[in-house]
Design a binder for this molecule. Structure first.
Ligand SMILES: [Ca+2]
Ligand SMILES: [Ca+2]
Length: 300
């Protein structure tokens, strides 16, 4: 149970170590072995390092964006995941389903992904190519990337475990922000100036609970005592995920960058986020999100 916090802090640490600041390489560290998810992403300044390759999870409807004319019409022609550009008879670019066999084979376990059909795909590329081939069918419509890593038995999340989840998650979000603050420099600019100011207050607060192993009692007590410190991290994470579009609602695919790496480590993930959607409209509103984490403040 406690491993996931360590794992995700490692994710944050690793991503921050990248000097370019734009390329986030996300590692998942296990106690005995180290396996890499070599997912590269061009992340905007201040991006959450936990957001692994958002593109992997998006089922965006828009198919093509024509940037500008190039010699090879396909060169700057963007196709969504699972599709590749080909030229038609008139030498015009078009997106066609990618042949799954053209996907590079996975080299490490954590390049494999589990689909919502509970089948393991060798890579996200394989899953999206398969989804494309099933386009127009019910099966294709229902197929999404569920989580990172091969499919496995996810234990049922008990009621008591479910109440523990936000305690650890809140503490973890706070620690991620403090870590970002500590590692931030003019070169990396992981946080905006406004964000830095907010985190600085947290960082300099002597009463702050340091990152580490804490009992659930202590976490609950600290939340009560230092409630104000937990507000911003919860809002910050929402803002990191709410990007496509920025509308104060999280869709399934917007939540995926956080959900997908978490599920194999934390068996309450799905139940927690399902419970967050209190009006069952399939979106998590900012209101629902903050309530879920026990935060009363709607606006900052
Ligand atoms: Ca949104
Ligand atoms: Ca909702």
């Amino acid at each position: 149970m406690r491993a996931w916090m360590v794992l995700l802090l490692c994710l944050a640490g690793k991503a921050l170590a990248a000097p370019e600041g734009l390329v986030a390489e996300v590692d998942v560290v296990e106690e005995t072995e180290q396996e890499e998810i070599a997912l590269k992403q061009e992340s905007p300044v201040g991006a959450n390092p936990v957001q692994v390759d958002t593109g992997d999870f998006e089922d965006v409807e828009e198919d093509t964006t024509k940037d500008f004319e190039a010699e090879n019409p396909c060169q700057n022609y963007h196709c969504k995941r699972g599709k590749v550009c080909e030229l038609d008879e008139d030498n015009m670019p078009m997106c066609v389903c990618q042949d799954p066999t053209s996907c590079p084979p996975s080299t490490v376990t954590f390049e494999k992904v589990c689909g919502t059909d509970n089948k393991t795909f060798d890579s996200a590329c394989q899953l999206f190519a398969t989804k494309c081939a099933l386009e127009g069918t019910k099966k294709g419509h229902k197929l999404h990337l569920d989580y990172i890593g091969p499919c496995k038995e996810i234990p049922t999340c008990g009621d008591a475990e479910l109440t523990e989840f936000p305690l650890r998650m809140r503490d973890w979000l706070k620690n991620v922000l403090v870590t970002l603050y500590e590692r931030d420099s003019e070169l990396t600019n992981l946080l905006t100036e406004k964000q830095k100011t907010k985190v600085r207050k947290m960082y300099e607060n002597e009463k702050r609970l340091e990152a580490g192993e804490h009992s659930l009692d202590l976490l609950a007590h600290d939340f009560e005592k230092n409630y104000n410190m937990y507000i911003f991290p919860v809002h910050w994470q929402f803002g990191q995920l709410d990007q496509h579009p920025i509308d104060k609602f999280l869709s399934h695919s917007e939540l995926a960058p956080l959900r997908a790496p978490l599920i194999p480590m934390e068996h309450c993930t799905n139940r927690f986020f399902e419970a967050c959607d209190t009006d069952s409209d399939k979106y998590i509103s900012l209101n629902e999100w903050t309530m879920c984490f026990g935060i009363k403040e709607q606006n900052l």
